[in-house]
Each structure stands twice: as C-alpha cells, then as structure tokens.
Design a protein around this ligand. Structure first.
Ligand code: UFG
Length: 352
C-alpha cells in the first residue's frame, strides 16, 4: 500500500487503529460511538503519539459516508467492524441486528461503489460455523449459524461474496474471529462492557476486581476433559495484526477470501478460570451451573490458511493475554468513561 492512500475503518475506535498507525498507514475512522467513547480516541492518540482523523458517523447514513469518502479521496480500502455484536441480545431484538448489521453494510458497500473503493476487510465471526462437525475448523467447513447475530455475519459474508463474483475488480477478506481476549499491553485500552458482561473473560475480570461475586460456569457435562466447553481465545493484538495482514493480502487482488483468525489451540472454561486466576494471583470463585442455551461444545480454529496465505500467526500466549487483561482491568476498574461535559478530542468531526 502506498503512503498516499488511506484506510477507512468503520466502528474502529480500538486496537486495529493502533496497529495501522504503528504500521505508518493513514487512517480515517467512522464510528457512531454507541459502543465506544471519546476517551478511547484520546488513548489511541496517547499510545501511538499520532493524531487520528475521526468522524462521528453512522454507517446507515450513506450521505454522511459519501461526504467522508469525498473529503478523503485517498481512501483506497475499508476495514469494516461497525455493527451490533451480542449473541444473546440479538435473539431479543433481531430486527435491530438485521437492520444495523446488514442494511448498514449495504449502505457502506453502496457508498464504496459510488466512489470506486473496492477493497474491504470484513470482521466476521466463528459463530458462522454453528455447531461444527470438524475440529479444528477449516474455512471449508459448512456454515450455518444458530442465532440472529451469527446470521447477520453469514448474510453479510454472502452479500460481499456475491459482489466480488459479479465484479471481478472487488476484493474482500472475510475474517472469522474466534474468541477475542486480553487488552492492549499498555493497559490504556481494553473492553468495558455496558451492564453485566455476557462474555467469559470480561465477566471473570469483573469478579477479580470485586464487581461480581463469582463466575457461573455454564455447563460441566460437555464431552471435554473437564466437562466445560472449549473455545479458541485469541489475543486482541494478534487479531489486529491479522487485519493488517489481510489488508496487505488485498493488494494481490485475491477476489473474495475467508480466513479463520484463531490460535488453533482450544481451552476449556475452567482452564481459562485457572489461567486468569494465576494472572491475578489468587483463586477466583466460580460455580458450576447449567449449560447456556445455544452454546456449542467446541469452537477451535484451524488457522493454517491464514498462517500460510497471510503470513500471519497468533503469537501471544494465554499467560500474556490474561496478564494484559488484568493489567487493563486493575488500572481501569470503570473502563473508559468520558467525564460529563468533556469536550471531544480535536480530531473528532461530528457528522451525525
Ligand atoms: N461462559 C461461562 N460463563 C460466563 C460467560 C461465558 O461459563 O459467564 C462460557 C460459555 O458458556 C462458553 C465460553 O465461556 O462456553 C465462552 O463464552 P463467551 O460468551 O465468552 O463467548 P462465545 O464463545 O459464546 O461467543 C463469542 C462471541 C461471539 C462470537 C463467538 C465466536 O461473544 O460474538 O465467540 O466463537 F461469535
């Protein structure tokens, strides 16, 4: 990628922007800030020592998106993260999920088409595999998600694939994430779920800081070594580097390609509890309870396609991932909160 081109990141006030800036890429961010804060932007600038170009824009607003593209004619590719992302919530408010994730992506793709930007990296999810018959899971495994959130990812994959089939000058990398875990090693950037966390690691870290009494371990009768379910926990910085590698791959004009971003190593819930307890320095309380509806036994990636074709491999081990999460959580017990009345950082342009 030439130095004169920029990458548009949607929903991107996070780790990937840090990796892009560290790689000396020019970055333009659009985010509606529903799930992010101005403070995240300040922290990104603090970590990288660089200013970001940030537009407060909802991708459903195609007119505003077009204004951003026209303001930055050097944008030559898009990394698309924007979307709603809670599996449980998606079963309660499916229309919101289908509208935001599918209609939002179509609005983005239409804007890209209008300005002639044809390279996209899309954040998909391992949840598209449903309950996979093959472990570790190759990209060729049949897909079929079991919840509305997963189906939005699956449908968007199809929309992008069809677009690339119809127009040979479009290129796309569909990145199927396994379970993102950990935080930025600086301790300045991490996850801060609103309300009660749904996911294992954020919940466990709130147990560690005393916000929650104990972890409920969902299911101890799975056919695994300790009876708890297996997932492939991938460090957030490794995951971000996977995006950078995928973006570079698009320069080869590969058409539409899918990649698993995982470590290839599965861990049970109890193994994660023990690994995180070790990082914290004391045993964290948990109780074995019934399975959570919709959970599957094992989601472990076969990452060899990404290893080979993207020249990318997850490098951070579980110990370091758990240490980074604890570093972040203990330094920021309330996450990244904007102080009331705080002015947005200078780099923010409000198009909402
Ligand atoms: N778990 C618990 N207790 C909790 C939370 C989770 O035991 O309080 C267990 C779950 O039952 C599961 C494992 O920990 O066995 C991981 O659960 P998460 O909720 O952290 O993650 P999921 O695997 O359910 O889902 C995540 C993302 C999805 C994504 C999927 C892809 O939330 O967006 O990974 O694998 F699609």
């Amino acid at each position: 990628m030439s130095q004169s081109s920029s990458v548009l990141v949607t929903g991107g006030a996070g780790y990937i922007v840090i990796e892009l800036l560290n790689d000396n890429q020019q970055v333009v961010i659009v985010d509606n800030l529903v799930n992010a804060s101005y403070e995240a932007i300040r922290r990104i600038e603090q970590i990288t020592g660089k200013k970001v170009t940030f537009y407060k824009v909802d991708i459903l607003d195609k007119k505003a998106l077009l204004q951003v593209f026209r303001q930055h004619p050097d944008i030559s590719s898009v990394i698309h993260f924007a979307g709603l992302k809670a599996v449980g919530e998606s079963t309660q408010i499916p229309l919101d999920y289908y509208y935001n994730n599918i209609t939002g992506t179509i609005s983005l793709l239409q804007a890209m088409k209008e300005v002639g930007v044809k390279d996209i990296v899309f954040s998909s999810s391992a949840t598209v595999y449903g309950d996979p018959p093959i472990i570790p899971i190759p990209e060729t495994c049949p897909i079929g998600s079991t919840n509305p959130y997963g189906r939005t990812k699956q449908f968007v994959e199809s929309v992008i694939r069809d677009l690339c089939t119809a127009n040979k000058d479009w290129n796309a990398a569909l990145l199927r994430y396994f379970n993102p875990a950990g935080a930025h090693p600086s301790g300045l950037l991490g996850e801060n779920p609103l309300g009660i966390p749904n996911n294992l690691m954020p919940y466990l870290s709130q147990v560690a800081i005393g916000k929650r009494e104990f972890l409920s371990v969902y299911g101890s009768d799975y056919p695994t070594k300790d009876g708890t379910a297996i997932r492939d926990y991938i460090n957030v910085v490794d995951l971000s580097r996977g995006h950078l590698a995928a973006l570079k791959k698009l320069a080869d004009k590969p058409g539409c390609v899918e990649y698993n971003l995982g470590t290839g190593h599965g861990s049970t819930v109890l193994e994660m509890v023990h690994a995180f307890s070790k990082a914290v320095g004391r045993d964290l309380p948990y109780q074995l309870v019934d399975r959570r509806p919709g959970d599957v036994t094992n989601l472990t990636a076969n990452p060899s396609k990404a290893n080979k074709e993207l020249n990318w491999k997850a490098q951070v081990d579980l110990e370091e991932t758990c240490a980074s999460l604890w570093n972040w959580q203990s330094k920021n017990p309330n996450g990244l909160e904007d102080c009331p009345g705080d002015a947005p950082p200078e780099s923010v342009i409000n198009y909402l």
